[in-house]
Each structure stands twice: as structure tokens, then as C-alpha cells.
Ligand binder design. Structure first.
Ligand code: PLP
Length: 367
């Protein structure tokens, strides 16, 4: 990233500095492509996951409206990130005759395949299905191969939000099954403000940001070269460490969960019976409310999140837990602990001690 910042240069310029910048850009593109097994030419750099998802939804709908086989049905799982839910709603509002439907999930948070199959069989017209590879709150990994098979049978297009899963599971099979795959650099150790949409060659697509001819006319605007260089470096590092990091993180997370369950036998771990990302644990213990626990833990130097992201300091109700049928009062106690590349066993143990202190206080208050 520093080298890219120091060198300057615009990848679209033909002089020497421009050519060096172009080489940096293409190296990063190769690295991102390698992480997913995609062709480098299918990688479209964006400003992050949100833009990649908005580009996929808008680009697929507009692309089919212009090129034939117009999308008239849009199916999104109930646990998608707001970047999918909000943009899908906006696209459906803009496009005449496009129906948006939400596909339910099971109590474990995996997409209800029977319901999806039924949605796809009922009704006419081409469909676009959006299902995430892994959920950002629960870490639950979705059965994308089965979703893709259902989509394929129905002649539907498939958008996969791979933002949380990239660097934490091997995305190659998922990428091969998807028409559109969204990624974000900051979720795999890269900088914020860089991401990518992988558009399978031949998938319907129309650009949504118009202007210069960058990214083979799929996304106009001078590239964020240092951010993209960081994205490429992070993608290489993540791909190289997947085989060792995943079991290491799983051991840390499982040790933490065993400790928490020993401390609080009535603790609920969401999605525990489903396949989950190795680093994520979302749980609730009813007497310990998320809002107060978050602040108390922060004072102890333990940084965790509530179920959903907080905006303006207020913990919003999680649509993910709601879709999984979790009662509102239990959802208000949901806390997410994520382990990362820098986490060590000591960190998990320190978090456990902090929870123990907090739980003792909460029990005393309840008594
Ligand atoms: N999709 C998922 C599953 C996410 O977790 C996030 C971010 O948290 C996004 C999309 C949005 O990505 P970005 O923050 O890069 O815009």
C-alpha cells in the first residue's frame, strides 16, 4: 500500500508511472481472483462490499432489461446484510414489474431450501437469487451449493455475498456456482474502502456508475490504487494461511464457548448446530443485556459486538435473530465475539474472566 501511495500514477495513463500503477492494479486483481478461483478478467474493483452488492443487483436487473431475459423476480434470504436488503428493495422499486420476495431461514439460520425451491417453482419469469456465503452476525455458513442447484434448475441467476466468508472458508466452489460474488477487503485483513464484484463471464450486467472506461467499462472512476494493493496483499495472505488459521481460530472459539457454557449452562449459542465460520460466536444469556454488557466489557478491555451493528450508540434489533425466531428479549442479550488473526488463547481467557465477573454481577442483580 505504501509503495502504491509513494509511486502515485494512474493505471489509465500510458506513461511509465501509469504503467507501473497498472501493474500494481493487475497484480492485486490476480490475487483476488486466485482467492476465489475466478478469472482475473471477471474481477471488478469497487469501494467495498456494499458497492459490490448494489452493483450486482442493479447491474443484473438493468443488464437483463437491456439484453433480454428480463429479471422479474428477486429472492433474498431473510438474513442478508442490509447492503443486500436495502439495495434489493431499491432496485425492485425502480424496475417496473419486478417482485421482491424474502426467503425464510430455519431456526439455525440456514436458508430454508424447501421454501426457496417452492418460490422458484411458483410463478413465471426469470429470477435472481441473493444468498450470502456466511452470515455476519451468527457466522452460519449457507448451503450455497444446494442454493445454486435450485437456481440452476429454475434458470435463475445467483448473487452470493461472500464478504464475511472470504478468507475464512475456501470460496472456490461457491465462486464457481455464482454469477455474481461480492467481496470486501477489510473483512480479510485489508483496508476499508476497497472491495470487488466478481461477474462471471457472460452473466448479464450493466454498469451502474458511468464515466471513464475503467474496469473494462463495468465501474467508472479512477481506482483506489493503494486500497486495492492492500486488498490484493490481504487476499494472498488469507489464501496462504487458510489451512492453518481456520483450525487455530476454531480451537480458540471452541475453547471460549466451552468456557462460557461451563460458566453459564443456560447460555444460548445461535446457529450452534449449523456449520459456522471458525472465528464467530453469537450467544445470549438472558439476564445479561447486550447494551450494558458491551460497555462493561469495554471497560475491561474486551471488545465485542452486539448481535447487529450499533448505530448512534443504540443497539438495533437484529433482523437475523428475528428471522431465526429468537424472542425479542433474548435477542436483546445477543453478543458477538469474533476471533481474528491477532487473537491468542490469552485473549479468549481474558474475555472469559471478564464475562465471569459480569455474570456474577448480573446474577446478583437478578437475585
Ligand atoms: N455483507 C456482509 C455480510 C457484511 O458483513 C458487510 C459488512 O459488514 C457488508 C456486506 C458490507 O461491506 P462493506 O462494509 O465493505 O461495504
Amino acid at each position: 500500500m505504501l509503495a502504491a501511495l509513494d509511486a502515485g500514477g494512474n493505471p489509465s495513463s500510458v506513461h511509465a508511472a501509469g504503467r507501473r500503477a497498472r501493474a500494481t492494479l493487475e497484480r492485486a486483481r490476480d490475487a483476488v481472483a486466485a482467492l476465489t478461483g475466478a478469472a482475473a478478467g471477471d474481477v471488478v474493483f469497487t469501494s467495498g462490499g456494499t458497492e459490490a452488492l448494489a452493483l450486482a443487483l442493479g447491474g443484473a436487473v438493468a443488464g437483463t432489461a437491456e439484453g433480454g431475459g428480463r429479471i422479474s423476480r428477486l429472492f433474498v434470504s431473510a438474513v442478508e446484510h442490509p447492503a443486500v436488503l436495502a439495495n434489493a428493495a431499491a432496485v425492485a422499486k425502480r424496475a417496473v414489474g419486478l417482485r421482491l420476495e424474502t426467503v425464510p431461514v430455519t431456526v439455525e439460520g440456514t436458508v430454508d431450501l424447501e421454501a426457496l425451491g417452492l418460490c422458484l417453482r411458483e410463478g413465471n419469469g426469470r429470477a435472481l437469487v441473493a444468498v450470502m456465503a456466511a452470515n455476519n452476525e451468527t457466522g452460519v455458513i449457507q448451503p450455497i451449493e444446494q442454493v445454486a442447484a435450485l437456481a440452476k434448475d429454475a434458470g435463475a441467476l445467483l448473487l452470493v455475498d461472500g464478504v464475511q466468508a472470504a478468507g475464512k472458508i475456501d470460496l472456490k466452489t461457491i465462486a464457481a456456482a455464482a454469477d455474481y460474488l461480492a467481496l470486501s477487503a477489510h473483512k480479510l485483513g485489508g483496508p476499508s474502502g476497497a472491495g470487488a464484484l466478481i461477474v462471471r463471464e457472460g452473466a448479464p450486467f450493466a454498469p451502474q456508475i458511468l464515466g471513464g472506461g475503467q474496469e473494462k467499462r463495468r465501474r467508472a472512476g479512477t481506482e483506489n490504487l493503494s486500497g486495492i494493493a492492500g486488498f490484493g496483499a490481504a487476499a494472498s495472505a488469507a489464501a496462504g494461511s487458510l489451512a492453518t488459521e481456520v483450525p487455530r481460530l476454531a480451537a480458540l472459539r471452541d475453547r471460549f464457548e466451552r468456557g462460557m457454557l461451563a460458566l453459564l449452562p443456560d447460555l444460548v449459542i445461535f446457529g450452534a448446530a449449523a456449520p459456522r465460520l471458525a472465528n464467530t460466536c453469537l450467544f445470549a444469556w438472558a439476564p445479561m443485556k447486550a447494551e450494558t454488557a458491551l460497555m462493561a466489557l469495554d471497560l475491561e478491555g474486551v471488545m465485542v459486538s452486539s448481535g447487529a451493528a450499533c448505530s448512534s450508540g443504540k443497539v438495533a434489533r437484529s433482523h437475523v435473530l428475528e428471522a431465526m425466531g429468537v424472542p425479542e428479549d433474548l435477542a436483546a442479550s445477543a453478543l458477538r465475539v469474533s476471533f481474528g488473526w491477532t487473537s491468542r488463547e490469552d485473549d479468549g481467557d481474558a474475555a472469559l474472566s471478564a464475562f465471569e465477573k459480569l455474570a456474577r454481577r448480573a446474577s446478583a442483580r437478578a437475585a
